[in-house]
Ligand binder design. Structure first.
Ligand SMILES: NC(=O)c1ccc[n+]([C@@H]2O[C@H](COP(=O)([O-])OP(=O)(O)OC[C@H]3O[C@@H](n4cnc5c(N)ncnc54)[C@H](OP(=O)(O)O)[C@@H]3O)[C@@H](O)[C@H]2O)c1
Length: 306
């Protein structure tokens, strides 16, 4: 079924939380959902960048109902405080797990708990956040958890016996493995929610190849240099703006026809309108999901309630 990103269904009365919402795909997901009328909570780690994003949405979307929530997905105190804040709001209709490191460091870094930084940011922090805030979604009818995967999931692999890349770290491997692990998380979460008879839906999406140089300039949010614009525009044939990449998570949040376990991405793989698309077999593997889940629980120091 088609989807018109310029004519979104009315989202008044819904509350959506977006992590990593001060820039890129997360910012435009927030802006588009706010334009559709949703109350949008922008989870951001830096107060100034959060304020710039909230102000930009208010400037660009008159009457927008937006607010910032402090959230650093590599800091357990911050995650737990954010989860507590979500438990206190009346309803959470969708949680968009978008925050991520997209350009990993060349050498292996760890967070303060000893977890490899890219995995910690792209997967483990969200795992802990969902585990702690899921009661807020469970009491909101028809709620959704949307996980940002990547086409990079087609090009790498994740190893249960070296999840933290202690033996084999490269920047590229860390990114691809983290995104496969994120997709495995999203699909395993769907299986677990179904098995538990839960009404919450887990959906996985990828935004294609979306670059900041092909994205509208917004003060404090997206200010690419002229050189970046020039270089990114050379790749225009197979790239799109992050505003266009955001059409995918926005559809996953708003389209009533989408179901738990669906995988969405741009129609032409790297760009285009958001459509159903095949996920890799590894991402959907119940065996891999069952193998990684306890590793996520241990690394995030967080038993999962579903
Ligand atoms: N762009 C693409 O082509 C593409 C393709 C496939 C998948 N994706 C996925 O889409 C998501 C967004 O990508 P993007 O291109 O929009 O990236 P981006 O422009 O670099 O934005 C990343 C966002 O994540 C936030 N973030 C990073 N570390 C964080 C932390 N520890 N705690 C809280 N927030 C944190 C950043 O905040 P700061 O400003 O504070 O750093 C920023 O708001 C990522 O999950 C990425 O893997 C993107």
């Amino acid at each position: 079924m088609g989807w018109d990103a310029s004519a979104l269904p009315d989202a008044h009365g819904r509350t959506v939380v977006v992590t990593g919402a001060n820039a890129g795909v997360g910012y435009f997901t927030s802006e588009q959902l706010a334009r559709a009328g949703a109350r949008v909570v922008l989870g951001c780690r830096d107060p100034e960048r959060a304020e710039a994003a909230v102000s930009a949405i208010r400037r660009r979307v008159p009457g927008a109902n937006v607010e910032a929530l402090p959230l650093d997905v590599t800091d357990r105190r911050s995650i737990d405080a954010a989860a507590d804040a979500l438990l206190a709001v009346e309803r959470v209709d969708a949680l968009v797990l978008n925050a991520g490191i997209v350009h990993p460091p060349r050498t292996r870094h760890t967070d303060e708990y000893g977890n490899e930084l890219v995995l910690a940011t792209n997967v483990l922090g969200h795992f802990r956040l969902v585990a702690r805030s899921i009661p807020a979604l469970q009491r909101t009818p028809g709620s959704r958890i949307v996980t940002l995967g990547s086409m990079a999931s087609r090009l790498g692999r994740v190893r249960a016996d070296d999840l933290q890349l202690e033996r084999s770290y490269t920047a590229w491997r860390a990114y691809a493995a983290s995104k496969i692990a994120a997709q495995v998380f999203g699909f395993e979460l769907d299986r677990r929610l179904r098995a538990a008879g839960s009404d919450v839906q887990s959906i996985v999406v990828h935004p294609g190849y979306s670059t900041s140089g092909r994205t509208p300039g917004i003060r404090g949010v997206n200010q690419p240099s002229r050189l970046k614009r020039f270089a990114d525009n050379l790749q225009a044939a197979w790239t799109q703006g992050k505003d266009e990449g955001a059409h995918v998570p926005v559809r996953a949040v708003l389209d009533p026809a989408i179901e738990g376990g669906d995988y969405l991405g741009p129609a032409a793989w790297t760009k285009g309108a958001p459509v159903h698309t095949p996920a890799t077999r590894a991402s959907r593997s119940p065996r891999l999901g069952a193998a990684l889940w306890p590793l996520f629980e241990r690394a995030a120091d967080q038993p999962f309630p579903v």
